[in-house]
Design a protein around this ligand. Sequence first.
Ligand SMILES: Cc1cc2nc3c(=O)[nH]c(=O)nc-3n(C[C@H](O)[C@H](O)[C@H](O)COP(=O)(O)OP(=O)(O)OC[C@H]3O[C@@H](n4cnc5c(N)ncnc54)[C@H](O)[C@@H]3O)c2cc1C
Length: 408
Amino acid sequence: MNLQKPLIRQIAADKAGEPFTVDRSSFRERIALVAAAAAAEAEDVDRAARFPQKAIEAARAQKLLGVQIPREFGGEGASIFEVADMCYALGRACSSTGMIFAMHQTKVACLVRHGVGSAYHEALMRRVASEQMLLASSTTEGQNGGNIRFSAAAVERSGAEISLVRNATVISYGAEADGIVSIARRANDAAGSDQVLLAMTRDQYTLERSLEWETLGMRGTCSAGFELKFTGSSAQIFPEGYDRIHAQTMTPVAHLCWSSVWAGIAAASVERAQAFIRKAARGAGGQMPPGAAHFNAAKMTLSKLRAVITANLDHYAAHEHDERALSSLDFQSAINLLKVEASELAVETVMSAMRACGLAGYRNDGEFSVGRLLRDVLSSPIMINNERILSNIASATLMSAVPATLRD
Ligand SMILES: Cc1cc2nc3c(=O)[nH]c(=O)nc-3n(C[C@H](O)[C@H](O)[C@H](O)COP(=O)(O)OP(=O)(O)OC[C@H]3O[C@@H](n4cnc5c(N)ncnc54)[C@H](O)[C@@H]3O)c2cc1C
């Protein structure tokens, strides 16, 4: 595989001042290279709970951190389908790398969809594309858990200068990121639900570690807790209120990208179970081992998982510039249910794969071990707890109509 080919073509076109049409076929080649780097260090990343440095460097070398940014701002205008496929490919290779990429792309999506027209955010888009900056996310605060639509810390204003001090319970790869996109209460006298989104770069904040990250899985996301102290300009606040950004971009893109990562983890477990069953069948002269039924169960839930993600991708892509459709009860319930369904199906798939492999899957060593994948995927129902989501959308799901046809 030739790593550099697509990039060289792009650089040559830029130099010649020719319009460059994005070669979308290169995305697959480029993400495969990043996935190979991620897979090579996945075991060690998990064992040491360390940041997947080589994988993220490979993503930078392949210019994939800015891939979603429109060409006019220096990116390649990748679609949500393409970004989700990249998340899937990375999830198969290393869950933590996949999740870091997914979280970064969600922040970039906020810039792309809500930053155009704002000089600060347009300039930041250009920097993400040219410098391949990695953006982290700060939504969880204090004891507030996954209640993202409520902020305690408020933006303090002094003329055009603003500041924020936030008890950020979890910021994945906070220490390694080049910037953070954070929610905050609009002002000291604003209600907790009156929130803004702001983008900040590393030179503008300090992070003091308040909680370590010694966890069961997703260890390479390095999701420690920090006290975040930021000083910057009011121009860094996104022009639109967070309520709209949350409904139109943050939730849909996060749920689509996270689900794609979890599907990748599930696919990796199915691959291991398949290899195990094949080997066992060969060893028994073609006789299927008893675990084959669990392998089929894993294949079935993986198919459901892929179907639910692709249906939601189609739905989102069809309405991504239609604010009314995105704010509708139907869309909001569907995109929230996606997260719940995808996480449950991913866990079920990995569990079935482990049972298919039996002891060989339960072991932490050996080619059929499913342990790391199971530990990683168990983060999915709690990453914004499914119970919280289900109780939040209970009234909306009651009000949305039952579909009259299969394709409604
Ligand atoms: C791998 C990983 C990476 C993360 N990265 C980041 C990051 O980069 N930035 C960031 O800001 N956050 C991050 N988070 C945090 C995440 O976004 C959620 O805030 C967090 O997982 C919720 O934590 P919690 O379970 O303590 O809180 P809660 O949501 O408060 O849940 C606590 C318990 O209460 C239950 N519960 C909550 N609400 C209800 C309800 N209405 N009905 C019934 N039961 C309910 C839950 O099921 C759970 O059992 C990350 C989390 C994970 C797992």
